[in-house]
Design a protein around this ligand. Structure first.
Ligand code: DX5
Ligand code: ZN
Length: 215
């Protein structure tokens, strides 16, 4: 499978979001990565339902919504209503992760599970068969533009092994500090989806940068 690229809207220009949505629409990007932060699970607040609803109106590609919030179960239906296609919750925020995954699927979305840099991939083994996407955080969640954590390569390889052993169809997504220097090695280790915020929107030519990340 050819890998996917999901530019992170967190690094877009919020004063002219529509322009950046059109940019992603006409680029080779596959998904919109949409980061929701509540100021409790992570030390930052991003945006919520009204912004995602507006984004959905113009986006011509799936919305990959990454919830960095406590008690995400309360909002699963609401995220479906504003247009999420893939909904990712954090393992560290779910007491009953298996139930949360089923809840997302019952609401007609693909189910993702994100894990923080300190969380061992083995914790996913018993529910990996039910997961559509694993989001490996390669920075501590909360902010764009942070430095990539090198231990991520090992985590990708270990997770890939679990996926193959269990015959799971889960995709491996890497989120945080992905750039033109590390993306190839990530793919070689088994990554399927690259999230990129600062690398795309901080570049001179975001369309070209997305195209480079697709190579
Ligand atoms: C971090 C977010 C990321 C972030 C990635 O908490 O989950 O999706 O936007 O941004 P970059 O690519 O700049 O690290
Ligand atoms: Zn994210």
């Amino acid at each position: 499978m050819k890998h996917l690229v999901a530019p992170s809207v967190l690094s877009a220009n919020f004063a002219n979001l529509q322009a950046d949505i059109e940019l992603i629409n006409k680029s080779e990007a596959d998904w919109f990565h949409v980061d929701v932060m509540d100021g409790v699970f992570v030390p930052n607040i991003s945006f919520g339902f009204p912004v995602i609803k507006a984004l959905k109106k113009f986006a011509k590609k799936p919305l990959d919504v990454h919830l960095m919030i406590v008690d995400p179960d309360r909002y699963v239906t609401a995220f479906k209503e504003v247009g999420a296609d893939i909904l990712t919750v954090h393992l560290e925020a779910c007491t009953h992760l298996h139930r949360s995954i089923q809840n997302i699927k019952n609401n007609g979305m693909k189910a993702g599970v994100a894990i923080n840099p300190h969380t061992n991939v083995e914790l996913l083994r018993d529910c990996i068969a039910d997961i559509d996407l694993v989001c490996l955080m390669s920075v501590n969640p909360g902010f764009g533009g942070q430095k990539f954590i090198e231990n991520t390569y090992l985590k990708v390889s270990n997770l890939k092994k679990i996926i193959l052993e269990t015959k799971s169809k889960a995709l491996i997504e890497i989120d945080g500090g992905v750039d033109l220097n590390n993306y190839k090695k990530l793919i070689d280790c088994g990554a399927n989806v690259l999230v990129a915020g600062n690398t795309v929107f901080g570049s001179q030519n975001p369309i070209q940068t997305i195209s480079d990340l697709k190579k």
